[in-house]
Design a protein. Structure first.
Ligand SMILES: [Zn+2]
Length: 295
């Protein structure tokens, strides 16, 4: 493939991924990634590989995407330095690794897919291969363009490390949390059932700042922007038994349709819960937040 065509294909792949993920609320199905992207309107170009954690289209010089998993034992790790240490694929320095190394040499952006369930992936892009660490048989993947200019990304200064950790939080951990939560609630607001991924957010139940405020699905709620803001402002509470309650003053107010339909009519409604029991909101977390709302 001509290098200009390859660059345009890469850009279009990323734009397509961005669109699909936005519609779904931050995640994309495996099937969409295998068959949904048609760069010329003709044959689909798979954005992930059927079985391997790396996608190297035959006609492209450099890797298009890499896939890694969250949780469970996996060989690719964030070592706490805010960078992803992506293990060499089978075949040592050759094979699939050649095109990943080529991506580093060319400085081209890649898509990183985080597999959160067998058929569900959360995209993070652009990411860059910034080092090839032969001693540990890993590639170092940065979530920020800044790291392309660092001489030795395998040994960061304290400032660089802090920056990388902060970036990983914003660009990796938060999107994964959001994608998992919204997916668990089947891309709907758990209060009003609004089904537009672009308008959905993942609310923390125990706040981020609380020691229990972990980024796990049972500490999250899929909420539309208005209900998320109302929940965080304690204008709206949720009982440990999943009943929506509105602030007394807000209930008494008289105003237009957003207040009436969007908020007041939610009072007394039962939360729509995820199908899987383990994804449902933690009762103690809800009780903690409901207390704050009562005060
Ligand atoms: Zn809502």
């Amino acid at each position: 493939m001509d290098s200009v065509v390859e660059r345009v294909t890469r850009e279009r792949a990323m734009a397509w991924v961005e669109q699909r993920a936005a519609e779904n609320g931050g995640w994309i199905s495996r099937d969409q990634l295998l068959r949904g992207f048609r760069p010329d309107g003709a044959e689909p170009l798979g954005l992930i590989d059927y079985s391997r954690g790396i996608r190297n289209p035959a006609h492209m010089a450099a890797t298009l995407s890499i896939t890694t998993s969250v949780g469970g034992p996996y060989e690719d790790r964030d070592l706490g330095d805010g960078l992803l240490h992506y293990a060499y694929r089978q075949g040592g320095r050759g094979g699939d690794n050649t095109k990943l190394r080529r991506a580093m040499e060319l400085g081209v952006p890649l898509i990183l897919f985080i597999k959160t369930e067998p058929n569900v992936l959360v995209p993070v892009h652009p990411v860059y291969v910034v080092a090839d660490d032969e001693s540990t048989q890993t590639f170092v993947i940065a979530l920020d363009e800044e790291f392309r200019d660092i001489a030795d990304p395998t040994s960061l200064t304290e400032d660089q490390r802090r920056y990388a950790v902060r970036t990983a939080r914003q660009r990796l951990h938060q999107p994964v949390f959001r994608g998992r939560v919204i997916r668990a609630y089947a891309t709907r607001c758990s209060i009003c059932s609004l089904a537009h991924g672009r308008l959905l957010e993942a609310a923390h139940i125990y706040p981020d700042s609380h020691p229990e405020g972990r980024a796990v699905v049972s500490n999250g709620l899929s909420l539309c922007s208005i209900h998320h803001a109302a929940y965080d402002a304690n204008l709206l509470g949720i009982t440990p038994d999943h009943v929506v309650q509105l602030d007394d003053d807000l209930l008494a107010e008289v105003d237009g349709p957003m207040l009436r339909h969007g908020l007041q009519e939610m009072h007394g409604r039962a939360l729509t819960l995820p199908a899987r029991r383990q994804d449902r909101p933690d009762r103690e977390a809800l009780a903690f937040r409901y207390e704050a709302f009562r005060r």
